[in-house]
Design a protein around this ligand. Structure first.
Ligand code: MG
Length: 159
């Protein structure tokens, strides 16, 4: 089993009016966006944590500290690309990734394919290896009240 590694990641960002909403590497038209040091792409952050977690390489905060000027406003696609370099340096490839985005609004259904294409391109896998799912929380909790966006990610790595 030493050739397979599984990882999971989780991230939350608060939502506020007038900020761009970046999710899965694309900008989504929305009256609210994520409050963050980076571009706030909470889906990519959870995915990076899953990738790092699979190889016990720590977390995104360790590699890309949110108090560093280098990462202020940074495009999270760059963080994903750099995370992939760490994975490749260990000799691993991505088998598949599965991401669940919990957001009350806006609806994400029409953006899912472009998110999958974007993430697959950066990870160097086919679109069929990247799943992005979206759910509301039926108006329950901080997601349901529209106060935040929550993302869970799982990955399988192999070599
Ligand atoms: Mg984050």
């Amino acid at each position: 089993m030493e050739n397979f590694r599984i990882g999971n990641g989780y991230d939350v960002h608060a939502l506020a009016p007038g900020l761009p909403l970046m999710l899965g590497g694309i900008e989504i038209e929305s009256p609210v966006g994520c409050v963050a040091h980076s571009d706030g792409d909470v889906a990519i952050h959870a995915l990076c944590d899953a990738l790092l977690g699979a190889l016990a390489l720590g977390d995104i905060g360790k590699h890309f500290p949110d108090n560093s000027d280098e990462f202020r406003g940074i495009d999270s696609k760059i963080l994903l690309a750099r995370t992939m370099e760490l994975i490749k340096a260990e000799g691993y490839k991505v088998g598949n990734a599965d991401i669940t985005i919990a957001l009350q609004a806006p609806k994400l259904a029409r953006h899912i394919v472009r998110m999958r294409e974007t993430l697959a391109g950066i990870m160097g896998v086919s679109v069929s290896d990247v799943s992005v799912k979206a759910t509301t929380t039926e108006r329950l909790g901080f997601v349901g009240r529209g106060e935040g966006c929550e993302v869970y990610a799982s990955v399988l790595l192999y070599k």
